[in-house]
Write a protein that binds this ligand. Structure first.
Ligand code: MG
Length: 469
């Protein structure tokens, strides 16, 4: 007995010490992991170009398949009353990136290679807000907020840029193009002949940083190369917070798909959309492979209504102020934060992206200028009874439009948007979208009090836009 006692005491002491060490090591590993894990989410913002409200499976498309986009809806929030800031390209992007209507930002609705202006230097983009909070920022895709050096993404908060500077149907600005030493010239061109050749629509430069690296860009490869670039960026920056803005060039005309997707559906449009959907799938896979699913917010939306596809139940297409022009699909996925399989019918808009993301990461929303967007986290996170922060969502573009609750109001008559056609009916248009989503029945005469209220809201808004930049 006396010989066993020291052994037993030794075993007990060893057990206690080992247990203590194990507890301490678990604690220190957890502490280290906590220290390494950023408390803010990565953000991936995917923007398609001219993909309309009816051009995704989860919004009713049947002529092609979009399983990856549908997965975003299945695993997150699908917005059904989501609006862009402009029914065409540049104005829409200005609003998305600054949280302000484009009229305040210094860009026209559509920028062309002949334009010498662009997004104002003093504008604060969402990339700048996130960069302030330590994010690495990248844009992969179409910029379209000014192609001259002062207006390029690298001057507006993006650490890197790979993509085209304006729409893919436009032409080179030979005066300002800065060809990289190793620029790949195609179609038999050289650095010399590229400058002297008469610029041709559809021949656009592909840029990296502030230099042209390929001219003209091979448009059949763009979706694929953007995707490869995006995946590489996610892999490279997986250990620190990142913001990836992925504004695709497609399906804007002239459409092109890679050979792998050509002929998959009955139309080129369907092929192009299926390739974009594949791209979304690759991005999601890269996020998952990096172990970042629960730490990454993915947003998908489009810049304006469809040109070559379907607006679904909505009236008109791209460029129109009717719903098909600028009500767009929007999906948000963040496992564990955004509830799955949810639909939000409340009014929200691309101008809300900057204030919402700023609040999400503890960033600063500019206070020295009007910010038109609102914080829509309650809608995004599916909080009970969350309501839109927009009593009115108003566009001053063209002749103007107002969405307010069930109503859509236009301060101009039916046919007033068509040249050479005499306007008809009442002087203004009012549609009840809860009963008439396709905007076929003008009920302005039946609701003079609603017309008066929305007309006043519109005039107040336009005066504010003109007064305050
Ligand atoms: Mg567009």
């Amino acid at each position: 007995m006396s010989t066993n006692q020291p052994n037993q005491l030794h075993r007990i002491t060893t057990f206690i010490l080992t247990s203590l060490l194990t507890i301490l090591s678990i604690f220190s590993i957890n502490k280290a992991e906590c220290a390494e894990k950023p408390s803010v989410p990565n953000i991936v913002l995917i923007l398609a170009d001219d993909q309309g409200y009816g051009d995704l499976g989860c919004y009713g498309a049947t002529a092609f398949k979009t399983p990856n986009l549908d997965r975003l809806a299945h695993e997150g929030m699908r917005f059904t009353s989501f609006y862009t800031g402009c029914p065409v390209c540049s104005g829409s992007r200005a609003a998305l990136l600054t949280g302000r209507h484009y009229q305040r930002v210094g860009v026209p609705p559509v920028m062309f290679p002949g334009n010498k202006n662009g997004i104002k230097t003093e504008e604060v983009t969402v990339a700048e807000v996130l960069k302030e909070k330590g994010y690495t920022t990248a844009i992969v895709g179409k910029w379209h907020l000014g192609h001259l050096p002062a207006f390029l993404p690298t001057k507006h908060g993006f650490d890197s840029y790979f993509g085209i500077p304006y729409s893919n149907d436009m032409a080179l600005d030979p005066e300002s193009a800065k060809f990289a030493g190793n620029c790949v010239f195609r179609d038999g061109l050289t650095a010399e002949t590229a400058r002297t050749e008469k610029p041709k629509g559809g021949k656009v430069p592909l840029m990296r940083g502030e230099e042209v690296i390929e001219y003209p860009a091979d448009q059949t490869t763009l979706t694929k190369r953007y995707t490869e670039e995006a995946v590489k960026f996610i892999r490279t920056h997986k250990d620190k917070p990142f913001f990836l803005y992925l504004p695709h060039t497609m399906p804007h005309l002239p459409m092109a798909s890679s050979p792998e997707f050509k002929g998959r559906t009955k139309t080129l449009f369907g092929d192009v959309i299926e390739e974009l959907d594949w791209s979304v799938g690759e991005v999601l896979k890269a996020v998952a492979d990096a172990g970042l699913d629960e730490r990454t917010l993915v947003i998908f939306t489009t810049d304006n209504g469809t040109r070559s596809g379907s607006s679904g139940p909505l009236r008109a297409q791209k460029a129109s102020l009717y719903e098909g022009g600028y009500r767009v699909p929007c999906l948000m996925r963040w496992p564990g934060k955004i509830p799955a399989k949810r639909v939000c019918d409340e009014i929200a808009a691309t101008i809300d992206v900057l204030p919402t993301l700023a609040k999400l990461v503890g960033g600063a929303v500019p206070t020295d200028r009007p910010i038109d967007g609102k914080d829509i986290r309650p809608l995004m996170f599916g909080e009970a009874n969350a309501k839109t922060p927009h009593e009115h969502y108003i566009l001053a573009h063209g002749q103007g439009a107002v969405r307010s609750g069930a109503w859509k109001f236009y301060p101009w008559p039916e046919g007033g948007d068509k040249k050479g056609e005499a306007p008809k009916g009442p002087k203004v248009q009012l549609y009840d979208l809860t009963k008439d989503l396709g905007e076929k029945q003008n009920v302005a005469d039946q609701h003079p009090e609603v017309v008066a209220r929305l007309q006043k809201a519109f005039e107040t808004f336009v005066a504010d836009i003109k007064k305050k930049q």
